[in-house]
Design a protein around this ligand. Structure first.
Ligand code: SF4
Ligand code: SF4
Length: 328
């Protein structure tokens, strides 16, 4: 009778390997914690929905965004979209190498495409927010990497929100990391994410996800389909040809070619966030000023601060408190 070979592995060994492969941060969450606590109970997207085979452990890898790209203040700077796409590509390669390494040691594993939406649930409308297969930000909190901020972006102590994430699932009985209990984000008393947001989509412990999607994925499927429809509807053939040769077409082509502008996009809220060791050390000099702030945004923030002082937090805070953390 033959038995399946399985090497002895520890959480520390897995994390050391992931770092050796290029990850800056690594955490391990219990799949059960994510199965039992889906971020949205009305639309649960849990490890067990992806596969029962590998749902025991969720390994979250993080790679920091480059500071050079962060200095570029325009939210849609093409260089920034491209540089972020390269970070994601490297993270994907690191994840794949980790999968093969685990497999050679007797533990098959699976990479979850956390930047993709579930095509089987696509509803065909630009007015909807299509959620990812698994929320990498929530998985990262369960894996002890950080907490969610005012607009539900992941904040890490090392790099604030300036990280890209990848998720590897495997069934392996190793120690899991502890979730942080205390919020890294002070809330509206900071509010720099709200002040900087080009789409003004930041809400009180929430964001307008549909509006944000237009910035986070400016050349994504919604934009591509809208543009193609406008080309098809143009009766003037010469205008139609010009539309196909336009700057917008070129942007869409470049985005489809590399993914920059589709799986990468606006991260202005992350650039200005003061959480993270890297902020004071290097970033502050470039992003301290927030030119996007308006009197309306300022006024809305002040209302939120007053609400917080009166203990009046929105319902969404209670729903997300597990991942936002305790506010002192
Ligand atoms: S990603 Fe951009 S649009 Fe979305 S909340 Fe952040 S700053 Fe606003
Ligand atoms: S910018 Fe300020 S309010 Fe926004 S997530 Fe970061 S710490 Fe929180």
């Amino acid at each position: 009778m033959s038995s399946v070979y399985k090497a002895s592995l520890t959480a520390a060994t897995i994390k050391a390997k992931a770092r050796e492969l290029g990850a800056d941060l690594v955490g391990i969450a219990a799949g059960a914690a994510l199965n039992e606590n889906p971020p949205n109970r009305a639309n649960p997207r849990r490890p067990m929905d992806i596969t029962e085979f590998d749902a025991d452990r969720v390994i979250v890898l993080a790679k920091r965004a480059s500071s050079g790209a962060t200095r570029l203040s325009a939210w849609n700077d093409r260089h920034k979209l491209y540089n972020d796409e390269l970070v994601l590509s490297q993270l994907e390669e690191a994840s794949l190498d980790l999968v093969y390494w685990l497999e050679d040691l007797g533990y098959p594993a699976l990479i979850v495409p956390v930047h993709h939406v579930d095509p089987t649930r696509y509803q065909g409308g630009p007015e909807r927010h299509d959620a990812n297969l698994l929320s990498a930000d929530h998985a990262a909190v369960e894996a002890g990497l950080g907490t969610l901020g005012l607009n539900q972006q992941l904040l890490t102590p090392e790099f604030g929100p300036r990280v890209h994430l990848s998720v590897v699932m495997t069934s392996l009985e190793v120690e899991v990391d502890r979730r942080m209990e205390t919020a890294l984000c002070p809330g509206p008393s900071c509010g720099r994410c709200l002040k900087s947001c080009p789409g003004d989509t930041v809400r009180h412990w929430d964001r307008d996800w549909v509006a944000c999607d237009r910035f986070r994925s400016p050349f994504g499927f919604h934009h591509l389909s809208d543009y193609m429809i406008s080309v098809v509807r143009e009766d003037d053939k010469d205008k139609q040809i010009m539309m196909l040769r336009s700057r917008e077409s070129a942007d869409l082509f470049a985005s489809v070619l590399r993914g920059g502008g589709i799986i990468t996009g606006c991260r202005r809220c992350g650039e200005v966030c003061p959480v993270g060791d890297d902020y004071e050390r290097s970033l502050k000099q470039w992003v301290d000023e927030i030119p996007e702030v308006t009197p309306e945004k300022q006024q809305r923030l002040e209302s939120m601060v007053t609400a917080e002082e009166n203990g009046d937090r929105p319902a969404v805070y209670a729903e997300q408190a597990r991942w936002i953390g305790r506010l002192d």
